[in-house]
Design a protein around this ligand. Structure first.
Ligand SMILES: Nc1nc2c(ncn2[C@@H]2O[C@H](COP(=O)(O)OP(=O)(O)OP(=O)(O)O)[C@@H](O)[C@H]2O)c(=O)[nH]1
Ligand SMILES: [Mg+2]
Length: 465
């Protein structure tokens, strides 16, 4: 039996896989983030920061550690320069504060949300806050989110039009369905859209009410074009945001001057995270600090500042990413990037005191043709998908059974891709398959996460076997 001291401070890796409900019908989706103006994103982030809960960039202990490191560095530099500075007076004070904070830290459990961009971290984070009773949309946030959605609609419709042309030019026979038929109405609407796609809404540029309504009509019309739909079906080949189908269908409503998004729509809208946000809440006498970080490549170098004393890592990965490319690099498959990232971070020194106990998987019924890693593209270190590919069956009952078989196999395959990357034998890894936009689902996942952490605290303290 392992001693309690050895068990102490174990980091748990919990993989949460997001599931896209609309997958009943559609193909894969990816985000095309970076399209919103930085200003809107910043404004939103600021507004989000002001919501009524505790959050900060770094925990106090992290900040103190940083100050201490700076102070030690300064001392070393002084000594190298021949100065006989015994100790920095600030040093003792920092040590004292660190001891106090460490004691406090003992009662706090730090959870870290990691994963590639658009994997669903912030959606889970927002949903967790919502389940804790935090009001998600203050009037100002709602107005700003409305502009983000409108801008995204214009930009992504423009992208679809451009890609329609690219696909058609690339292979006129194979991509014949991407050719946009030229009619006076189509040309007029495209012109209107392109004229407005040059603006960044929010930077003192707000179209008139008439222009907004006209834009809504244009997007709604263009969305119905078969060529646009055909290009949309090929969106696994270029970076494209999640949930856009929902907003395209409602283009006229979204472009209405009085439109304000509902909570569900705020969850569906894509706002890239820059930096990190921490939310503190208490459950069963334990204080949890959960940190959401930006997942795009440029954001990941900031992660290291959050690794101290982490009790649990929630690694989020999106099931639809098996057929998506990265926004940062359209040549890179998003699922491959997620597996690589998990391998890198699951085995880093900071999370080394971890163990593997069991893998729990919960799954919702989904209808989707799964072919995760194209066989021809298999690389040396990648597992090959040998499961059954989903082909719709005529008989609904048979179809359901067949689908269940396919989806179970595919989920197990993805799960294995991650779990087998763990090289620390005793680490605990739990897998949940959930839908990040579904509040009840996320509530259950977090209840499980909290229970795991609380149980392991009691175990470490010798209170339970
Ligand atoms: N339908 C559906 N959409 C989801 C789910 N999870 C996330 N999304 C959508 O995916 C998009 C990206 O989600 P985010 O939560 O912003 O992703 P992120 O991991 O925080 O991305 P970064 O901040 O760039 O690291 C948003 O439009 C979400 O609404 C899910 O389970 N189902
Ligand atoms: Mg985010």
């Amino acid at each position: 039996m392992r001693s309690a001291s050895k068990e102490k401070n174990k980091t748990k890796i919990i993989i949460v896989v997001k599931v896209i409900p609309q997958y009943l019908k559609v193909f894969t989706i990816n985000f095309a983030n970076g399209n919103h103006s930085e200003k809107i994103v910043n404004l939103l982030q600021q507004a989000d920061n002001k919501m009524n809960f505790q959050q900060s960039e770094l925990s106090v202990i992290d900040q103190l550690k940083h100050i201490k490191r700076q102070s030690v560095k300064k001392n070393h530099q002084s000594q190298r320069m021949g100065c006989c500075l015994a100790t920095d007076p600030a040093h003792d004070e920092i040590e004292k504060r660190m001891n106090v904070e460490h004691k406090k830290d003992d009662k706090e459990r730090k959870l870290l949300l990691l994963g590639i961009g658009a994997s669903g971290k912030s959606t889970i984070f927002k949903n967790l806050k919502r389940s804790q009773g935090v009001v998600m949309i203050e009037p100002r946030v709602a107005v700003q989110t409305a502009w983000v959605i409108r801008q995204t609609l214009i930009e992504l419709m423009t992208k679809l039009l451009v890609k329609s042309r690219t696909f058609y030019e690339m292979d006129k026979e194979k991509n014949a369905d991407c050719l946009i038929e030229e009619t006076t109405e189509t040309v007029e609407y495209i012109k209107l859209l392109l004229k407005n796609s040059e603006f960044t809404f929010g930077e003192n540029v707000e179209p008139s009410e008439e222009d907004l309504v006209a834009l809504g009509n244009a997007i709604s019309f263009l969305w119905k074009l078969p060529a646009v739909k055909a290009t949309f079906a090929r969106r696994g080949k270029f970076a494209f945001e999640d949930n856009m189908e929902y907003f395209f269908e409602r283009a006229k409503t979204v472009m209405h001057p009085k439109f304000l998004p509902t909570e569900e729509e705020v969850l569906k809208a894509r706002v890239r995270t820059t930096g990190a946000v921490t939310y503190t809440y208490t459950q069963q006498d334990t204080t949890f600090l959960i940190t959401d970080v930006g997942g795009q490549r440029s954001e990941r170098r900031k992660w290291i500042t959050h690794f101290d004393n982490v009790s649990g890592v929630i690694f989020v990965t999106a099931l639809n990413h098996y057929n998506c490319v990265l926004f940062e690099d359209e040549q890179q498959n998003a699922m491959h990037e997620a597996v690589r990232l998990f391998t890198e971070y699951a085995n880093i020194q900071e999370f080394h005191k971890a163990g593997l106990r069991k893998t729990a998987l919960r799954c919702k019924k989904k209808k989707k043709k799964y072919y995760i890693l194209p066989k021809k593209k298999k690389k040396k270190d990648e597992e090959q998908w040998n499961g059954i590919d989903y082909e719709p069956r005529e008989d609904p009952e048979q179809d359901q059974i067949h689908f269940k078989q396919c989806s179970d196999q595919a989920i197990e395959f993805i799960q294995t891709l991650f779990v087998t990357r763990n090289t620390v034998k005793e680490r605990l890894i739990y897998c949940h398959v959930t839908c990040a936009t579904d509040q009840d689902n996320i509530k259950t996942v977090f209840l499980d996460v909290q229970n795991i952490i609380i149980r392991s605290n009691l175990k470490n303290g010798g209170l339970i076997p």
